[in-house]
Design a protein around this ligand. Sequence first.
Ligand code: AMP
Length: 583
Amino acid sequence: MPHDTPLIATIVAGLGLAFVLGAIAQRLRIPPLVGYLLAGVAAGPFTPGYVADQALATELAEIGVILLMFGVGLHFSLNDLLSVRAIALPGAVVQIVVASLMGLGLALFMGWTIGAGLVFGLALSVASTVVLLRAMQERRLMDTERGRIAVGWLIVEDLAMVLALVLLPALAGLQGANSNTIPADWLASWLGMGFGGVLLLTVAKVVVFVAIMLIVGRRVIPWILHYIAHTGSRELFRLAVLAIALTVAFGSAKLFGVSLALGAFFAGMILSESALSQRAAQETLPLRDAFAVLFFVSVGMLFNPASLLREPWPLVATLFIIIVGKSVAAFLIVLAFRHPVGTALTISASLAQIGEFSFILAELGVKLNLLPTAGRDLILAGAILTIMLNPVVFAAVDWLSRRLERPPGHSGVDVVGSDARAGQVAASAKSSAAPEATQLKDHTILVGHGRVGSIVADALKKTGQPFLIIEDADDVVAKLRESNFETIVGNAARSDVLTSANLGGARYLLIAIPEAFEAGQIVQQARVANPGIRIIARAHSDAEVDHLRSLGADLIIMGEREIALGIIHNLFGWQARNPATQG
Ligand code: AMP
């Protein structure tokens, strides 16, 4: 090679390997995320062959964290955040304390110091943003109450970690450990502040940051975007969104010592109040996904498989604390606040892992001579294993919530009917548990009840034929609940949702959702389950029409074509009635 290009090599190897292993994982019906982690292990220093640049990979991963949190902020308004503070704040604090105590206990048992135990416990107490958000997005939980609670909880954890990162050097000083390696906050040391002073200063900085964002950022950022939107240049708009997200995140981290993730979250949240947010969110999507993959690769790179064999028992105990200890604590807290069991289970599952913050804490702890390197290895192994096991935890929780949420002998938790069961749906709407099966036979299945599906549903209702609707948006389901439509709540691309609609016994399948890839997945499963079913699907381009046809749809209605035909039809109608206006 003419010159050394470690950045390019890291990106190419990271994305390339992740793609190959992710595709293999998908093929084996394992979440692709596991493939990305294994790609990291393969590119890491502990396995033979190519070794990517670890520092670069970690930095690239940070961009993923920024974009993800920016995206979350875009969907999150201040009101959302405030609406869950009653549970998220005490929940996160209690959970951090419980997990830290368990970690401390294990550390003391292994003969470490109290300082080491505290760092270790804290590292186990904080969940990974990326993993949690991915799990929520995959399950379409982002806009549900449980999704909001989980994200609010995460923000509180984030804030707590910001405090912890700043306070650790001061703690190291108290412990008499080697605190000279990293000076405590320079301003604090300059002022000769003690532990309490550092704490105050940190809190003050976070408060100043939030205040600046809410007062100045709230005006300036939307103004910039509106201005750019009016220039009409897409490229500039995309650039503006990206520049704002990255600059605010980076600037706030440098100036105020808050985390990159938190800075990005606030940048997004401020934008969410302006009408352009939807567009802004979409502009960052592709980049966000690519960098989120690099995050998992970089985590995988840190993993030393040999450490598993070297210290099996401490690792088992660590895993137990992360997966069982933390979950049970979170579960009880959510229940204590009188939220439904399903919500408690989802939140427990989403927090039953550790990630990026834990690495940062572990790294700092080792640098300050607080934490033995064995502690860092345990945290890394704990992180990678709990991230890999997270889908399994979710599956277990789905199974549990199916058993717990349904009273014995009751059928139809997720089926909304005209009868008195409707209210029960509230608890389980959007739950990732499989919905109950319908009793209908020789019926029509309508997927989606938006602009298209609602018109179709009204027509079907007038003719009195048997049909049901599959819909996954909470607000739409709430409306359907008030009418007499039989509804299955969930993403129709999920096989259990389709099965509960009695796909095998249905006569027609009408797919009225705009997303052709999801529609394709539905068509494909329907063809396998019921070769004779007649399928009408909706599309928005010729490519989508071809895609859906190749998967087995009988008739595909291309929206834009029908609009064109409607325009022509009406124009010619006018002209026929009033020939004078012609030519
Ligand atoms: P519209 O584009 O206005 O016709 O709305 C489409 C409707 O389909 C919305 O109400 C969505 O919530 C719903 N929808 C989209 N994707 C799915 C899916 N995979 N499963 C169930 N409902 C969906």
